[in-house]
Design a protein around this ligand. Sequence first.
Ligand code: NDP
Length: 475
Amino acid sequence: MAPHQEKKLAEERKYHNMQNGTKASQGQWGRAWEVDWFSLASILFLLMFAPLIVYYFIMSCAQYQCSLTAPLLDLLTGNKHLADIWNRTPMLTYRAAGIYSLWVTFQVFLYMSIPDFCHKFLPGYVGGVQEGAVTPAGVVNKYQINGLQAWIITHVLWFANASFLHFFSPTIIFDNWIPLLWCANILGYAVSTFAMIKGYFFPTNAKDCKFTGNFFYDYMMGIEFNPRIGKWFDFKLFFNGRPGIVAWTLINLSFAAKQRELHGEVTNSMILVNILQGIYVLDFFWNEAWYLKTIDICHDHFGWYLGWGDCVWLPYLYTLQGLYLVYHPVQLCTAHALGVLVLGLLGYYIFRATNHQKDLFRRTNGHCRIWGRRPEYIECSYTSVDGTRYHSKLLTSGFWGWARHFNYTGDLMGSLAYCLACGFEHILPYFYITYMAILLTHRCLRDEHRCSSKYGKDWERYTAAVPYRLLPGVF
Ligand code: NDP
């Protein structure tokens, strides 16, 4: 290579590094730049096995009445071969492909074509055009918050169909559950692959891209921070909320309809699961503007983890309780049902109140009251890639004085309640609490690592003031 070309290349590399902040002391917050062997091993494991895990759970219900051990035993004892199980698995059908395409297209239409009207008549609801947090490159994105309206329109149409239009049976989702799984996988892989290619060739904001140099890590954790098509189609906001979370409540309703069709009644456990998860979903859309300030939007890049996770993992594994109850209709005694309800509502209250305290505190820049008192906090600062210094505050009173992630604790209590609604006959419905415990503990550590690089010494002062993560006195 000619010397002048080498010099030019070196300059380009230097410029690229500065832009992405790799070697700068500032702007390191976000996902890892250097991939350690453990992260790489976990990523390879998930890329290979996560789709199989989803298939295993759904197949266990369809072929083994939700027993997780029976398929394994069958295979180990030679009673069945993999081919036997696979041959009994429904394949992709034109009908499922049609339903899924229509579903995603309808959600894109609701997202892109109907500006929010809910904030005009619902007091306290924050919708319409809202701003996200400052990205590491110093960009502030605008979002059209209209998820609540998409959820309402979708559910009004669902109930209109179930009550008097009768275009399709409310059991349609259950009846096509495995063929729809193949469609969700196709979309999940397509969108993640597209996001990777886009990150390389036509990123929305080049300064917010990260390249670790490891193909698998970049594919899994994403390159682009906020990939968009046009001004408004934001991949993260769309794929996380719809089609995944709008679908969550419809899937549960379809399972309830199937339970009634098969067993002649909807059990109190199925009602509890529908109500508690319905509250969680509705809360998500009511607070969609707040969601712009959560880790998913503020810190994670968009790759397979979010793209495939939102399309497949979330709708298929977060709804396992409802699916289980179709195969095992559990009628709980009053004390058990009440216990589940109280735990679920208490968990929800803690989850919401904790998130609300932080949101209020940050929105008002500390000029608010937490539990009737002026908030206590620690002043902190950080620097974005372009060298701009920002000031912020970390709340140390209210639930945030009890533990650094008490919102996760509330979430875990709610998650446990969904599982307990299914009784104690099988472990399959308890997958959710196990998964959430791992997810949220890992998230604590990941978030703290990021905050520590973002705030440095200020973060150390904060952890000294609030020493526990999830449970005061324990962890
Ligand atoms: P948080 O809402 O707790 O956000 C963490 C961020 O808040 C930190 O990175 C930091 O960001 C800021 N922060 C941390 N401590 C303080 C403090 N003391 N005062 C003010 N700001 C602080 O976490 P998540 O985004 O992970 O979760 C949001 C909610 O979503 C949680 O309740 C969680 O349970 C739920 N969740 C549910 C999932 C599910 O699958 N069901 C998955 C993930 C989350 P900054 O850089 O702005 O300082």
